[in-house]
Design a protein around this ligand. Structure first.
Ligand code: PEP
Ligand code: MN
Length: 288
């Protein structure tokens, strides 16, 4: 911002002070293309769906076909997985990237996948049109700088113990390196509640629109940790103004190598999309 002196607390609303403290550069235009012909942040709500992890060619191909047929615009799938335990499935790595890319090309969907290490950014950007920074990496500044130096759109997930101010600081780390194509993703934060995996901060959706005017999507899968809650929470996110959703879908959730309990089966996802469309239409938006 160009204001050289800090405004008095009583003169500015708290969110304007946050902007000033972080030195956020001029707000970006909210809408921009994720890939040619696929805008985010405009009237259309972008549905991104796919498995937590890419597990095999047949698994990612089946999911890609199904989510495309149901109305998703982007295929998701993790290849480098940040797992709490080093003994859990860590993702297929480079082989997973290749399978994801192949599945996206086969069905005609752009793909998004997480990049965990700054040294992997070029590799991941050669396979995926959209880069994802995971919640655990939100304050990995060398990684933020590396994605800031690419021309790829970046989904910046909120750290689950990060304040809005810290999240905006992460935005600015990417933006300061020249990449303005940032999509925020609210994926739930850790609050007092333990009945669900995380607590979705729905406030963040309209708040971030005011603070930095970037598109913001919601991940109802990690936010709830329970597939049965995903439909209602997805509809709530769109009603609150989310510019998209990032939903975990698996052909056989019970057999998933990660996050099966929160993954929708293919028929559940197909059933969900028409109701998302109705909510979007009710607030003057659409899901193509
Ligand atoms: C994921 O998208 O599978 C993931 C690991 O999410 P998060 O970084 O939000 O935990
Ligand atoms: Mn997951």
């Amino acid at each position: 911002m160009d204001n050289p002196t800090r405004p008095d607390d009583w003169e500015w609303p708290r969110h304007e002070l946050i902007r000033w403290e972080i030195g956020l550069t001029a707000p970006a235009t909210r809408a921009f293309p994720l890939v040619d012909g696929l805008p985010v942040g405009g009237p259309s709500v972008v549905i991104m769906a796919g498995p937590c992890s890419v597990e095999s060619e047949s698994q990612i191909m089946a999911t890609a076909r199904a989510v495309k047929a149901a109305g998703a615009a982007v295929l998701r799938g993790g290849a480098f997985k940040p797992r709490t335990s080093p003994h859990s499935f860590q993702g297929l790595g480079k082989a997973g990237l290749a399978l994801l890319r192949q599945a996206g090309e086969a069905v005609g969907l752009p793909v998004v996948t997480e990049v965990m290490a700054h040294t992997d950014v070029d590799l991941v950007a050669r396979h995926a049109q959209i880069l994802q920074i995971g919640a655990r990496s939100m304050q990995n500044y060398p990684l933020l700088h590396a994605v800031g130096e690419t021309k790829s759109p970046v989904i910046l997930k909120r750290g689950f113990a990060a304040t809005v101010e810290e999240w905006l600081g992460a935005v600015e780390h990417i933006r300061a390196r020249g990449n303005e194509r940032i999509i925020l993703c609210e994926r739930g934060i850790r609050a007092v509640e333990t009945a669900t995996r995380f607590t979705l901060d729905i406030n963040a959706v309209p708040l971030m629109h005011r603070l930095c005017d970037l598109p913001i999507i919601v991940d109802p899968s990690h936010a709830t940790g329970r597939a049965d809650l995903v439909p209602e929470v997805s509809r709530a996110a769109i009603a609150a103004g989310a510019d998209g959703l990032l939903v975990e879908v698996h052909p056989q959730p019970a057999l998933a190598l990660s996050d099966g309990q929160q993954s929708l089966a293919i028929d559940q996802f197909a059933d969900l999309v028409p109701s998302l469309r109705r909510v979007a239409n009710a607030i003057g938006r659409n899901i193509p």
